[in-house]
Design a protein around this ligand. Sequence first.
Ligand SMILES: [Zn+2]
Length: 303
Amino acid sequence: MYDGNNGDPFFQEPPEIDDLNVDRYFAGKDLEALTRETYDRLGFEVRDVIARSDLYERAGKDQHAFCLRVGRSYPYDVRVLANIRDGAYWMNTMLHEFGHAVYDKYINPALPYLLRTIAHINSTEAIALMMGSLADDPGWLSSVAGVSKEEIASDLGELARRRRDEGLVFTRWALVMYRFEKVLYENPDREDLNDLWWDVVERTQLVERPPGREGEPDWAAKLHVALAPVYYHNYVLGNLTAAQLRHHLEKDIAGGPFYESEIAGRYLQEAFFGPGARDDWKTTVLRTTGEELNPDYFVKSLR
Ligand SMILES: [Zn+2]
């Protein structure tokens, strides 16, 4: 995920809840070790990926985070770039990027070279989003991150509210990107792009346009429009797939929290990652969960 941690001018996330400071769960903790522990419990070996990765800040370094697979020759060369700091943001980001990494790493090398890749961007985002969301999952916070059960118990209502708000706010924001880019590419030469941008923002996010922005390139300040165009819908499809996949893993495969289960890890490896790009993303969802993409699971996860 291309993401920065520099304020939220596009209202991509809900405001933090005053009484719930999720950063405190990770104060003084080793986020690299928690990432390793999380993937260990699923039976995924990430030490080789960590050894090739560049995880900490230094002057002049790219400030974002991403996962990279260099070529498709086996053994695969998978690396993560991050800039770990204390707090929930980088915990989520580390779990997210290593979700991309295990998908890349566990693609079956017996496949033809050209099929040794992900089924689709939304498929790898689904794994990354499912893993990243553990950073505010009450069960994971208690069993893996070592937060006391009493602390979690007193935060349960706020954590649920935060998760629901994030799902709703992010989905509306992603639809702004989708709707704006769709019209932009229908007619890239139109002169009223900023008007169009704010029309879509007002209609979709219910955020009023500030005065005096006529003819300004506000829309162009969003990095993805220029550098990762027509990408945002993959996060929405990824969230839908993640909710459906987690439901299936916990109900039919692990019989409990998927992040505690090597069986769930083995299932992901064989059913989701292994077949690589042999099938398209829709077939990948059907093959792995037993049904076509069904948004009900995401909707239920917001209740
Ligand atoms: Zn991502």
